[in-house]
Design a protein around this ligand. Structure first.
Ligand code: GLC
Ligand code: CA
Length: 536
């Protein structure tokens, strides 16, 4: 892999959902000044980049993923001047800023769409996708038909997501030009990269059963990011692609993207997050091994993540967020973030945040969750439906950050009533309390990231799977020149895991673990125990 690309392996990204991060002006909604107020905190944690979820003007049908003006900041989040100040302060601290680029659709309140829907001969009409009769029975990701009738023109428009999120017509060169201009606008303001929302949706084949990965996908991406002035940016696509398509979209000489988010370890094919998962951490391990090998064979950059704003917390879904919460949060973090790739940490993970439980649908805000509920209300017994909603809702990870134990300030998030109810376990699980514990998730994250930073072999070395027993554990090695790092992770009940024979006291040091009690070199592993060894 070329040097230019390899340096991205030194990045550690922290994802911020600004609405829920920190409110500084007392309106119950997180804001850009809240992000700025916590930059030192991010440095203390040990990250060096931030992915900021959308902060552009938006009516918030999908919390910012429905943009009505791509060149301005949402009123609730602040102003462009606040944003300028934010990026300045970030760069002063060596933090890069990755903005969210939502280019598959706009808000129905965007000027383009407001005009487009007026008449068939409006100059903006062709910015969107229209049909006299729906050409297929595509279902929107958020439920219901993906085609919505528009009275004034007597046509249907396509919305892959909510009705208020009409899909742009990327077949129209003017639309592609507009998106290039938006990218240039922010690039000139100094952003370091873009996380590209559902990028695989921008090209469509109306005869296919899937709404994504159409025939012009790669051509459009090259037109956008292959340009000289934006080649230096870090670009990451949210894509549901596999195999060859991944090589094409982020292959080294393709002039498309730097990398993609790959979701197999979260979704497997067709798995519904509202239902109990039908796969285990053993399956997750096998998927990780597959992608470690695949990306190495094809010189691709891989991304390491467990959580984001679209999923319930990983430790709640696959692990144990009750009596083994600390062990589970730290073991999973070590298992993922010591692999080869770029770590992405979602806000809250670093203090072991877990899912909430609310009895009533009024405690939820997310359009996807509310649509899910509406579609099943009446047909599914209420208790079961609420269990599903609590298990799968995106609001789990969107609840305000719990900075402190102080309930009078919504756990340090705001002096006002927060826009979304705080996490139900925030009294027990908050940053302040975590930091005071002897077994602190935050401190483990700090040590983990410091270990990555100090060891080139972890950042850039090769990967080899050393797992013998195929149940409940993952043992792997990272190697660079003479340097070695061995990670042993038990994600089952206590069991014997034979350490690789090279790991002997004296030759390897125990660099990190979540049960430090004199049994550092023992082959008996406790539940969710992880041990990391470095060659001396
Ligand atoms: C992506 C975003 C998600 C959003 C959707 C539509 O999947 O991550 O939050 O709802 O795109 O923009
Ligand atoms: Ca605010």
């Amino acid at each position: 892999m070329g040097k230019e690309r390899e340096r991205f392996l030194d990045m550690v990204v922290y994802q911020i959902y600004p609405r829920s991060f920190l409110d500084t002006n007392g309106d119950g909604i997180g804001d850009l000044n809240g992000v700025r107020a916590r930059l030192d905190y991010l440095c203390e944690l040990g990250v060096n980049a931030v992915w900021l979820c959308p902060c552009y003007k938006s009516p918030n049908c999908d919390n910012g993923y429905d943009i009505s003006d791509y060149r301005d900041i949402m009123d609730e989040f602040g102003t462009l001047a606040d944003w300028d100040e934010l990026i300045k302060e970030m760069h002063l601290r060596g933090l890069r800023l990755i903005m969210d680029l939502v280019a598959n659709h706009t808000s129905s309140q965007h000027e383009w769409f407001k005009k487009a829907r007026l008449s068939r001969d409006n100059p903006y009409h062709d910015y969107y996708i229209w049909a006299d009769v729906p050409p297929n029975d595509w279902q929107s990701v958020f439920g219901g038909s993906a085609w919505e009738y528009n009275e004034p023109t007597g046509e249907y428009y396509l919305h892959s997501f909510a009705i208020q999120q009409p899909d742009l017509n990327w077949g129209n060169p003017k639309v592609r030009r507009e998106i290039c201009d938006i990218v240039d606008f922010w690039a000139e303001k100094g952003v370091d990269g873009f996380r590209c929302d559902v990028l695989d949706y921008i090209s469509k084949d109306f005869t296919a059963d899937k709404m994504y990965n159409g025939p012009h996908l790669h051509e459009y991406i090259r037109e956008l990011f292959g340009r000289e002035n934006v080649r230096h940016l870090f670009t990451i696509g949210e894509c549901s692609l596999g195999g060859r398509d991944v090589c094409d979209i982020c292959g080294e000489n393709r002039r498309e993207l730097t990398t993609v988010f790959q979701f197999e370890h979260l979704r497997f094919d067709g798995v519904d997050k509202y239902l109990p998962p039908s796969f285990s951490l053993d399956d997750v391990r096998d998927v990780l091994i597959k992608w470690q090998n695949f990306t190495a064979e094809n010189s691709l950059l891989y991304t390491l993540f467990t959580d984001n704003h679209d999923w319930p917390y990983y430790i709640s879904r696959f692990g144990n967020d009750k009596e083994l919460r600390y062990e589970c949060a730290t073991a999973i973090a070590a298992m993922f973030y010591l692999l080869r790739g770029i770590p992405f940490i979602y806000q809250g993970q670093e203090y072991g945040a877990a899912n909430s439980y609310y009895d009533d649908i009024s405690a939820f805000n997310d359009v996807e969750t509310l649509n899910y509920y509406k579609a099943r209300e009446g047909g599914t017994p209420r208790a079961r439906l609420m269990a599903e909603v609590n298990r799968g809702s995106r609001d789990n990870s969107r609840r305000p950050m719990a900075w402190t134990g102080d309930t009078a300030t919504a756990h340090g998030f705001s002096t006002a009533k927060p826009w979304l109810k705080t996490a139900t376990r925030a009294d027990e699980i908050n940053l302040e309390k975590d930091k005071k514990r002897e077994r602190s998730v935050f401190r483990f994250y700090q040590q983990l990231l410091a270990l990555r930073k100090e060891n080139e072999c972890i950042r850039r070395g090769s990967f080899a799977d050393l797992t013998n027993e195929r149940k409940g554990c993952f043992v792997y090695e990272r190697a660079l020149g003479e340097d070695r790092c061995i990670v042993v992770c038990n994600f089952d009940k206590a069991q014997e895991i034979v350490l690789p024979s090279c790991v002997k006291e004296g030759e390897f040091v125990y660099a990190l673990g979540n049960y430090k009690d004199g049994e550092e070199y023992s082959s008996r592993f406790r539940p969710f125990e992880v041990a990391v060894y470095l060659k001396k």
